[in-house]
Structure formats: structure tokens, C-alpha cells
Design a protein around this ligand. Sequence first.
Ligand SMILES: O=C(CO)[C@H](O)[C@H](O)COP(=O)(O)O
Length: 295
Amino acid sequence: MSEAQKGTFAVKVGLAQMLKGGVIMDVTTPEEARIAEEAGAVAVMALERVPADIRKEGGVARMSDAEVIKAIKQAVTIPVMAKARIGHFVEAQILEALEVDYIDESEVLTPADDEHHINKHNFKVPFVCGCRDLGEALRRISEGAAMIRTKGEAGTGNVVEAVRHCRSVMGAIRKLQTMDDDELYVYAKELRAPIELVRQTKHLGRLPVVNFAAGGVATPADAALMMQMGMDGVFVGSGIFKAGDPAKRAKAIVQAVTHYNDAKVLAEMSTGLGPAMVGIDCRASNFYSYAARSE
Ligand SMILES: O=C(CO)[C@H](O)[C@H](O)COP(=O)(O)O
């Protein structure tokens, strides 16, 4: 990384830190964006369909129409993120030109490149990327991701994969901290990650960028679970907008993330929310994994 790149990267990482402790909500319309802002979301994520609908309808999922992104930007005062397909650096250029606040290079959309992710150092706008384990997180950071989210399985309303990916990242960081510095070279090879980032992660005892939970969070209890497990914040999409009362659930999830250690508040936030989204069993034989279709 050049000196100029390092400076820009530090600014992007710092910007993402400001979202810590918050909930970021997927939205497809300005109306949904207003519900999210009203509920206390720290940012919204513009996408053409929430992941549950992408799963149901199938087809190729792409970046949202620019008109929708502009309307969402107009509708709210909080930061607006938007999704680009993995490896689709032109979608990312367009999103940067639209002046979104963050780009999510997302496995929820249909990947555009099977092998290569976007070189995120080429952009001024910060990127968030998904991971299932520590190696994947550090590879994305080496490409310039300023924020990480564990992938989970978006659109399932099932928190099991979010928990698995969180445990995988956290467990590997704990293992790293028990290692002698001389052992890091081999571990870095195993992780397929740059030694410098492995060293930095050991030293910090955490990822060098914020790490949010994503994919399958559907209730205030799910959101608090991810926070108690050490995540920095939570992304929620289908869990809110496929539930009976999105506005009420959105507010309850924000409160649950703020008071994630207070069971009394969590009990209150879990009261009278109306029906949660119908979930999907990730162990079913016909289950299609979004998390596994890109590295
Ligand atoms: O990739 C994402 C965040 O960037 C997902 O869109 C988000 O996690 C939503 O998942 P779900 O619909 O299961 O709540």
C-alpha cells in the first residue's frame, strides 16, 4: 500500500467506526428508508430487493436503479450505503458517482466475477465486505475493505449461519493471541492472508476494522445475541421488512442492540411485535447458500 493509500484507508476505517453500536437496515424504497431512520438506524443499505425476495424470485440480482438510490438519499439524513456485485467495479464506480456513503460488495447480489473482488483501494468511498472466517476477512481488508460483516445467510430469518461465522472469526482471533510471533508466518499462509494484517489482528485482539453481524437476524434477541458475542453492530433487512410490523420491529431491534446486555429491556423489546418473518432451515437439502458462492 502506498503512503497516500494508507492515509485514505485510515480515513475510511475511521468513518466506519462511527457506525459502531448501531443497526444498518436494508431498504428498497424511500418509504422504507424513512421507517429505518425513524427507528434509529445508523445507516440504510439501498438494494433492489430484500434478500428474502431475491431468494423467492431468483434471477440475477444487481445494483439498484440509480433513481431509487437518489430518492433514498433525498429521503433520509443518515448515511446511505448501496450494494454492488462482487467484482463489478463499474457498478462501484457508478455508486461512487452517485455519492453514496459506503459501498457493500455483496454476495447477496449475483457475483460478477468468480475469482476477483474489487480493488477497493481505487475508490475514495469506503467499502464493506462479507466474510465467513478470519482469513476471508483479512483478504477483503487487504483489498481495501474498511468495514467487515460476517455473512450469515441473508434472507433466511435464521441466525444460525451468522452465529457460525461470528464464532469462526472470534475463535481464530483468540487462537492467534495464544501464538508465538514466530508462528504467525505459517498461520498467515493457512489463512491466505498478509502477515502484516495477521500481526496487527494479534496485537489488537480484534479485526483492524469494525465487524458487523449480517444475514438472518430477525428478532431483538437475535440482534442482542450477536452483540453479546462481540460484534460491533448489526445489519438487518428481511427480518424487518418481511415481518408483520416493520416499524415496531425496527425500533425494537435498535433498542436491543443499544441495551444488548440488559435482559429486562430485551424482554420489553420482545413483547407484542406481531409475526416475525417465516424463516428457512439452512440444513434443508435444497438450501442454496449465498455465503458459499463467493470466497
Ligand atoms: O448483506 C447484507 C448486509 O450488507 C444483507 O442484506 C443483510 O444482512 C440482510 O440480511 P437479512 O435480509 O437476512 O436480514
